[in-house]
Design a protein around this ligand. Structure first.
Ligand SMILES: C[S@@+](CC[C@H](N)C(=O)[O-])C[C@H]1O[C@@H](n2cnc3c(N)ncnc32)[C@H](O)[C@@H]1O
Length: 238
């Protein structure tokens, strides 16, 4: 990865982490010392226990999504980003569809991998105009803008206007919309297409209908990767 992109991603990950911690602390009903102890405990937990842990503290990830005030970046972690990059490098997708791009952290991992491959496009989707402006700025700074096609607006509207087949889809919008959005995206998938969905552990209750739909549908082979926020890894069989 180019050093500019590496430095940019480091800054964006740090910013996102700081924002989430500040918002969590503001919502936490206890002292700063208690908060820091619990934050350390959170880091040591197995990924699949993290969602429940947050919930017992009254800090579910959905609260961050829906809370008022400045919109948070809610970027994927650096580990998840490297996973997305590796998936792209190995699967060599001609077209990636990213559902929920925020200010472009996951987009940067996809686009950078496509630049390395020398082909392919990531269609990024985001509703928030401020985040869209930041995304445009970030992909330009990293020198990967030629690989990114940003569609600003409601993701359901954007998906309804797309055609053709996508080799890879990444779902990272609000967790309670996963199933409806996936159903709308199904017509854009073909045999061998891969669908990755983040937050399967951190928003376990909200994403359950999506998980149950995949588990019960022979068109898809699916498994939850016990990694970071919990990533659903689905392959389209037919
Ligand atoms: C978890 S964040 C995405 C983080 C991003 N993948 C990253 O790693 O930087 C979810 C994003 O989905 C966007 N979003 C939520 N509902 C949407 C909708 N109906 N249409 C478009 N974007 C939406 C939010 O504005 C938010 O920026």
């Amino acid at each position: 990865m180019k050093s500019t992109a590496t430095a940019l991603l480091r800054r964006l990950h740090e910013q996102s982490q700081t924002e989430v911690m500040a918002r969590a602390q503001a919502q936490f009903d206890g002292s700063s010392e208690e908060f820091l102890t619990l934050a350390e405990e959170y880091d040591t937990l197995a990924p699949r226990l993290r969602g429940r842990f947050l919930e017992t503290l009254g800090l579910s990830s959905e609260d961050f999504e829906s809370s008022q005030g400045t919109a948070l970046s809610l970027a994927v972690s650096a580990e998840t980003g490297r996973f997305l990059r590796n998936m792209t490098l190995s699967h060599k997708p001609a077209r990636i569809l990213e559902l929920g791009s925020s200010c472009g952290v996951s987009t940067l991992y996809f686009a950078e991998a496509l630049c390395t491959l020398g082909s392919g496009t990531v269609v990024a989707t985001e509703l928030d105009p401020v985040k869209c402006a930041q995304l445009r700025d970030h992909v330009r700074t990293a020198g990967v803008d030629a690989r990114v096609d940003l569609r600003e607006g409601d993701v359901f509207q954007t998906v309804s206007e797309l055609d053709g087949t996508f080799d890879m889809v990444f779902i990272d919008v609000w967790a309670d919309t996963y199933l409806d959005l996936f159903k709308q995206t199904e017509r854009l998938l073909g045999p061998g297409s891969i669908v990755l969905a983040d937050n399967m552990y951190t928003a376990e209750d909200a994403v359950r209908p999506y998980k149950q739909y995949l588990d019960g549908n022979p068109r898809f082979s699916t498994t939850t990767l016990d990694f970071e926020s919990g990533i659903e890894f689905t392959v389209v069989v037919s």
